[in-house]
Structure formats: C-alpha cells, structure tokens
Design a protein around this ligand. Structure first.
Ligand SMILES: [Mg+2]
Length: 123
C-alpha cells in the first residue's frame, strides 16, 4: 500500500513515515506543503492514504484537501488531517472540505492506525 505524508516539519514527516512503514505501507512518499503534494502525486501516482498537516507555507493542508477533492485527482485515497488545530470548527471545516478523518497532535501510533482504519472504512 502507498501512503503520502504532507507536512512542513521534517521531524513530523519522519515520525509519520516510520509509523506507516511499520504497519505495512511499503511505499511512503513525502511532501512539504500542498503545492509539493500535487507535484508528488504527479510523480508517484495517487496514494491509498494521505496524512495532511494543516499549517504549511505555500499551500495549507485545508487548501490542498479542497483542491485535491474538487479536482478528483485523489478520488480513491483516504485523507486524514493530522494537526494541532483542535477546535470543533476546524474539525468540521476539514471534514466538510473532503477529509475522511481528523487526528490531533500529539498522537500515538495506535491512534494514528485507528484513524487510518476509520478513514479507509468511511471513504
Ligand atoms: Mg505545519
């Protein structure tokens, strides 16, 4: 299975990448913001699961989710927002924009896996 991690923090990309690989995602590619994520999708094809940070330069996570969903580019991918934005309004905005699930930082590997499973069952 293929996953993409979109986060401007190198440390966060490393943590998420390690967690994904340890639970069977043999192909994990990374992007540093929304613009970079579209480039990565063009280069690697659509992933099965996308983990997206909210606050990033150039193109935010929420903007990426909106554009990715409205373009149909990643129709088959499950999308999880992974962010420290914790207000109900932000959660609702993410889900209404096309995210399948929402995970708040900091998180455990179990919580991440649970959200991915939920996102995959829901999508
Ligand atoms: Mg960030």
């Amino acid at each position: 299975m293929r996953a993409m991690v979109v986060d401007d923090s190198k440390a966060m990309r490393a943590v998420l990448g390690r967690m994904l690989r340890s639970c069977g995602y043999d192909e994990v590619f990374e992007a540093t913001n929304g613009v970079d994520a579209f480039r990565a999708i063009r280069d690697h094809g659509s992933p099965d699961v996308v983990l997206v940070d909210w606050n990033m330069p150039e193109m935010s996570g929420i903007e990426f989710v909106r554009r990715a969903r409205s373009s149909g580019l990643i129709d088959d991918a499950s999308l999880v927002m992974v962010t420290s934005e914790s207000s109900i309004e932000k959660v609702m905005e993410a889900l209404e924009s096309g995210a399948d699930e929402y995970l708040m930082k900091p998180f455990t590997q179990d919580a991440l896996l649970e959200k991915i499973e939920l996102a995959r069952s829901r999508h």
